[in-house]
Design a protein around this ligand. Sequence first.
Ligand code: TYM
Length: 335
Amino acid sequence: MTKKRVLSGVQPTGHLHLGNYLGAIRQWVARQADYENYFCVVDLHAITVPHNPAELAANTYTVAALYLACGIDPTHATIFVQSHVSAHAELTWLLNCVTPLNWLEDMIQFKEKAVKQGENVAVGLLDYPVLMAADILLYDADLVPVGEDQKQHLELTRDIAARVNHLFARNQPPIFKLPEPLIAKEGARVMSLTDGTKKMSKSDPSEFSRINLLDSPDEIRKKIKRCKTDSIRGLTFDDPNRPEANNLLTLYQLLTGKTKEAVAAECAEMGWGQFKPLLTDAVIATLEPIQRRYNEIMADPSYLKNLLKKGQEQAASVANATLERVKLAFGFTLP
Ligand code: TYM
């Protein structure tokens, strides 16, 4: 039986944090043996907001190394950099020409980011979800494991795929496969440490709002010490008036691997002063082996470069075949 194909990616902007890990990368690792996997460092997405050229390359290698450090096994997955496979940019153009503008104007992330940026919004920010659709459709991905915030982009990807199939392959085998999102039941929306109603995000100006995968034990201790809590004694999940309690207990649950019931019972009588050191230990214990492997990988840059080169070759062979299929369906001549 052939394995289902998975594609996903992370942007090399800022630091990867616990939300990226628990919402996405940890799911990739957990199921990697069951699927044929493509994990991409989406550097073309990283320039849709103003970026620093001096940091882009370093961040790109950091993200690729973190994929490996978090447990992605190159025997199960093709790891590559989006800009190394030019079919991503080329398919985006073809899809741009069949995607109605108002579909993009409705995207929540675009509206949020556009508001943050004021007047200087680049066309690329609006077009971001079309590039994401190209990433997924080029690989005929069956499944796309992501956090909750990407759900709308996945729906758009399916709409674009269906539209292309309808316009250019009516009564014929479809050009694109419609991908399914794979969103975890728990961890798909890790919230900010400074406001339990806002998602943890790379772009939050406050470092105290997130725990980065490469934070030192000292930084982790400080951040958890300062994180927002409430003044109610006894910690509980699922109370709409206690978003911070829900978030921090969920983090503790996911990082220790305990069941929700076990955590609820353990923490029912606790105060924050008792709970915070437990959470701190759980975060440090999770990140310590990841950071150790990350440092080993970064100590040998030629290993990472070779791996990404092999990844580029494998990814391009799949992506170029899809691109050719789409170009033929659109009526282009081939050289
Ligand atoms: P990005 O780089 O913002 O985030 C990478 C992954 O982390 C998840 N995530 C979270 N999950 C739980 N809680 C959070 N607070 C949290 N913050 C982020 C995201 O849902 C994502 O899965 N557009 C994508 C990158 C992308 C992509 C793709 C993903 C480009 N092309 C193709 C899948 C397939 C993004 O900005 O992710």
